[in-house]
Design a protein around this ligand. Structure first.
Ligand code: DSN
Length: 417
């Protein structure tokens, strides 16, 4: 570290770098970016104001920012096979808010997945701004043991409440959604369709999971820092309607954001460029195979998984029900041995949201490090072993050493292509 650096801040960054290198990151919404993404994200573009869109800015000096944003837009359109992309959302929550404000009037109804069944806070949690402006109604899983969505229930709620927007998407759901069914129901009630693909956007871009646009969804929103392996940020994609895309552009700027973060947009362009490669598609396939390998261990060890397993990158496990360890305690015990994941509420949880029954974990980050199925199975065994040995300090020390050794065997790569 150079002596002129602000040691209070940079020592903490160095500490975080060590933590990331030595531990195993299983939070399913996290990942490691390439050196090129970091370079763009940390570039002098942070100095620039660029309100507006390429060719239509309010400040001068936009020769290079226009090039960068245009590149990000074109690459996003190619990746997701759509006609319009807005790459300016600062993250997923403003992306969702922008879609609501573009398409809805205050008081309009939105139908989204119940938070307790895997939905996201921005899909109508009472404490959020959207919930104060719009009316949210919800659909659920038919059976948490299979994870299948109750599409008939969804249809009935749609017929009763006539939502103007139907959201498919989640933050803690491990099964496949039937996008065609969503579109069919939306057509019946005259609603727009939005897929919040924040968790699986990368897997869609990498052609490992189905693209909701192929079934006729109007809009996809996403963050760019999860499976997509880009900088912390958001995007809004519109399949083909120029009218919708124009409303979304206005909703982002000047509607809810000011100047775009051009350093982040440059980093998005780099990440999208990486995601267009065959190497990225292989990565996405491996993310899924690795999640299946972890699922197999959880099945073998008879630990209940919500949805009965996984079709994507994440697993939601009822550790309180199966091991008697509440999610919060599980998160703390696993932190102690160098495995990072998050506690999570499960459908029908008998415990409180801040001390729930479940844990949520996934494979995007460890797959970026090069973990294959056998390595992931071993991580699942260590995870379960640590929870079963939560009061055995000597055992946890041995597990921590193995976790560190595994992490050292797979250094965080600087480049993926
Ligand atoms: N916090 C993100 C997640 O972990 O899923 C979603 O907002």
């Amino acid at each position: 570290m150079q002596s002129h650096l602000d040691s209070e801040v940079f020592d903490a960054i160095a500490g975080e770098a060590k933590r990331q290198a030595e531990g195993l990151e299983l939070i399913p919404s996290e990942n490691y970016v390439s050196k090129n993404v970091l370079l763009a994200n940390g570039s002098i573009l942070t100095n620039k104001y660029s309100e507006g869109y390429p060719g239509r800015r309010y400040y001068g000096g936009q020769e290079f920012t226009d090039q960068i944003e245009t590149l990000a837009i074109e690459r996003a359109k190619q990746l997701f096979n759509c006609k319009f992309a807005n790459v300016q959302p600062h993250s997923g929550a403003p992306a969702n808010l922008a879609v609501y404000s573009a398409l809805l009037e205050p008081g309009d109804t939105v139908l989204g997945m119940d938070l307790a069944h895997g939905g996201h806070l921005t899909h109508g949690h009472p404490m959020t701004l959207p919930a104060k402006i719009y009316k949210f109604v919800t659909y659920k899983m038919k059976d948490p043991e299979t994870g299948e969505i109750d599409y008939e229930g969804l249809r009935q709620v749609a017929l009763e409440h006539k939502p103007k927007l139907i959201i498919a998407g989640f933050s803690a759901y491990s099964r496949t959604l039937d996008y065609a069914k969503f579109v069919e129901i939306a057509k019946e009630v005259g609603a727009y369709t939005m897929a919040d693909m924040a968790h699986i956007a990368g897997l869609i871009a990498g052609k490992a999971l189905r693209n909701p646009f192929d079934d006729g969804f109007d809009i996809i929103t996403s963050t760019t820092h999860k499976t997509l392996r880009g900088p912390r940020g958001g995007i809004i994609l519109t399949r083909e309607s120029e009218e919708i895309a124009k409303k979304i552009d206005k909703a982002i700027f000047p509607g809810i954001q000011g100047g775009p973060h051009m350093h982040t947009i440059a980093a998005k362009a780099v990440a999208f460029g990486e995601a267009i490669t065959p190497a990225y598609q292989e990565y996405c396939q491996q993310v899924l195979k690795n999640a299946k390998a972890m699922e197999a261990v959880f099945h073998r060890e008879k630990i209940r998984m919500i949805g009965g397993g996984t079709d994507n990158h994440l697993i939601l496990a009822d550790v309180f029900g199966s091991l008697g360890v509440p999610g919060k305690e599980a998160q703390t015990v696993l932190d102690e041995v160098g495995i990072t994941l998050n506690m999570n509420a499960i459908a029908g949880d008998t415990r409180k949201p801040l001390d729930p029954s479940g844990i949520r974990f996934g494979t995007p980050a460890i797959t970026t490090r090069g973990f294959k199925e056998a390595d992931c199975a071993r991580v699942a065994e260590l995870l379960i072993d640590a929870l079963r040995s939560k009061d055995d300090e000597a055992k946890k020390k041995i597990i921590k050493e193995e976790v560190k050794a595994l992490a050292e065997q797979f250094p965080i790569p600087e480049s993926f292509v």
